[in-house]
Design a protein around this ligand. Structure first.
Ligand SMILES: Nc1ncnc2c1ncn2[C@@H]1O[C@H](COP(=O)(O)OP(=O)(O)OP(=O)(O)O)[C@@H](O)[C@H]1O
Ligand SMILES: [Mg+2]
Length: 351
């Protein structure tokens, strides 16, 4: 529940006052969480953000049992989107003109398999967030179909979407606007549980804070008292609260300082492994998607122009638009390849 406004809370958040807290405070002393069906393949040392999950007692799965076991297995899609279109009316510029329509999605079809890390990449305005909103049943398509774990959710009324509301959680681009500045962090994290009518214990909040690398006392503070990276960690903890099976992340690191992007990406990646989540990850940056995802769909102007493994699409893009996207990834100029340190010093400054 929202906390009442207190004197210590400013009307609008100001600049962060605490440094980014990148790693977990203590090293692991107990084995990995036993409840996970298949053990992670990544060595613990390579997962600094979650490798200190102590044991089931404090893992993010511990005090809130999963409410839903997806039946989709192997190659059967967990999310299946077919021929999705979404038209939005453009605001009228004159009463004499007919209202124009924005075709945000123009026949999108894709499958996401259970346990997959699926990326969606494309430039601003190509329809990525629209597609995610429709998959999350926060918006309805104009035409087409969305099936999650065999259930057609396209036109399900809200009262029948409870399984989706608990098991599909979202993390958005800007944690400042997605976290209520009037709520303490512990209430923000507990909110999805409270909304679904579950008990939200202090222990549960503490284990979620721990899972995202924040200390227990972070729960007493307000969002403006954290850095951007820490706020995104809070958003991730909130998303994990109901033990979702599907995590949807819409540009989760685009608003962050470059220095903390990798930490938050690694955290998401580790948690997806650790909790056996299916991830749908949106970015306008193919190199970010490559870092996190197994497979990627490239979107352009409301359509998917190419789908493949991230390695394939990155190394040998087929669609002309994907080639342009890959070419736009900043790299050291080819001229510098093979240059010696001496070559990098401006000519006039060489000794
Ligand atoms: N609620 C809405 N009403 C009207 N038009 C909308 C609405 N939502 C999205 N659009 C339009 O649909 C198109 C796709 O928008 P969308 O937000 O899905 O793009 P995006 O790929 O997520 O862009 P970005 O990378 O900037 O977040 C845009 O032209 C946008 O203006
Ligand atoms: Mg968007």
């Amino acid at each position: 529940m929202p906390e009442p406004t207190t004197p210590e809370q400013p009307a609008r958040p100001t600049s962060p006052t605490t440094p980014e807290q990148g790693t977990r405070p203590t090293s692991p002393t107990t084995p990995e969480q036993p409840a996970r069906p298949t053990p992670p393949t990544t060595p613990a040392a390579a997962r600094p953000h979650t490798s200190s999950f102590p044991a089931a007692a404090t893992s993010p799965r511990a005090t809130h049992p999963a409410a839903w076991a997806p039946t989709a297995t192997g190659n059967n899609p967990l999310i299946k989107v077919t021929n999705l279109t979404r038209d939005y009316p453009r605001p009228r510029t004159s009463i004499l003109k007919r209202a124009e329509v924005v075709h945000a999605l123009k026949g999108v079809t894709l499958d996401v398999k259970p346990g997959e890390r699926f990326g969606i990449v494309g430039e601003s305005g190509c329809g990525k967030s629209t597609l995610l909103r429709i998959i999350a049943a926060l918006d309805r398509p104009t035409t087409g179909k969305v099936v999650v774990d065999g259930k057609d959710i396209t036109n399900l009324p809200e009262r029948r979407l409870r399984f989706l509301r608990e098991n599909l959680q979202l993390v958005f681009q800007d944690p400042m606007s997605s976290l209520d500045p009037r709520m303490r962090v512990r209430d923000i994290i507990a909110e999805p549980l409270v909304v679904q009518g579950h008990p939200a214990s202090g222990a549960r909040v503490k284990e979620l804070l721990d899972a995202v690398g924040l200390s227990a006392d972070a729960g007493d503070r307000f969002p403006h008292q954290f850095s951007g990276g820490q706020r995104q960690r809070i958003s991730i903890a909130r998303a994990l609260a109901p033990n979702p099976k599907i995590l949807i992340a819409d540009e989760p690191v685009s608003a962050l300082d470059v220095s903390v992007r990798a930490q938050v990406l690694n955290l998401i990646s580790d948690l997806v492994d650790e909790l056996d989540l299916t991830l749908v990850f949106v970015s306008h940056d193919l190199s970010v998607v490559k870092h996190v995802c197994d497979r990627v769909a490239v979107m352009h102007a409301g359509e998917i122009v190419e789908t493949g493994t991230t390695g394939e699409v990155y190394a040998a893009p087929r669609a002309p638009y994907t080639r342009r996207l890959v070419a736009a990834i900043p790299t050291l100029p080819k001229a510098l390849a093979g240059a010696t340190p001496q070559d990098l010093i401006p000519k006039g400054a060489r000794g």
